[in-house]
Design a protein around this ligand. Sequence first.
Ligand code: HEC
Length: 319
Amino acid sequence: MSGRFQLFRQSLRQAQQAPSLARNASTAASQSAFTRATTSTRTAVALSLLSGGTFAWYSSLYGNPLLPEVKAESAADHGLHAPEYPWAHKGPFETFDHAAIRRGYQVYREVCSTCHSLDRVAWRNLVGVSHGVSEAKTMAEEVEYQDGPDAEGQMFQRPGKLSDYFPRPYDNEEAARAGNAGALPPDLSLITKARHGGADYVYALLTGYVDPPPGVEIREGLNYNPYFPGGAIGMARVLYDGLVEFEDGTPATTSQMAKDVTTFLAWASEPELDQRKKMGMQASIILTGLLAMSIWVKKFKWAGIKSRKLVYNPPSVKH
Ligand code: HEC
């Protein structure tokens, strides 16, 4: 028995040595081939051509990367990238700051709504989010809506209802352009989803108006804003300190109003955010429980199979 065991150990050692020897030999061979390849003139020329060609191809497409000023596209074409702001609703466990939505609605109503529509938001959407039912009803009733036709076939005006959508400042696109020197104020319902940078972009845009840098000419009627692609925007700066008066006593600074109206617009774009995060959390908890249970059931069902021992007893052969 021990003799056989020794034999086995020997062969095992041999077997272990064999591949390592072979490996050493092959590394030596490939090393020399590699050295030969890297030191050859042909390789040097080929690699130079390849890198030179790549550079030329890249430069022809995008401009010379070593000379940024001759690039085909500049940062100004895309607009300055908006910084990331710590929105109250940003994290996976965070919900909208509803007091900010309420203040933001006020800023939208008093400032932005003179030019921008908010087609996808109805008065009823505010209920339970930023306003109570009676408040929302009163606000809706202050607006006249056309309805009809009545029994005589006439259209008539009536006060707004909760089911009415926010009124538009202009009847059509042409009127909107005519009122804004040719620029169309976009509908703001989905603006934080429609722009790169989302809420960060809208906030940066509203607070980003500065004098144009030397050498930049802005056409009459346009305004300089580095965050707007191209730098020249049809909308002038609209927010100034103290422009509105918040009922909760929050000081109405430019940045406060911009933050609140952006939160309001983020809510308008994604009203389901609070609910979605809550459901996501519930689903994660339930699915984690189900996963743990299924792991346990699997272990239980496989226990017999995993722990059994198969023994083969060869029939004894008589010599
Ligand atoms: C006097 C009219 C006017 C007012 C008031 C106004 N805007 Fe604008 N806004 C415009 C016009 C015009 C444009 C289109 C600009 C362009 O395309 O050059 C615009 C564009 C925008 C854009 C889109 C920029 C882009 O990337 O295309 C946003 C966002 C915006 N406004 C937000 C607001 C907010 C928020 C308010 C309220 C605080 C507001 N605006 C108030 C006229 C106005």
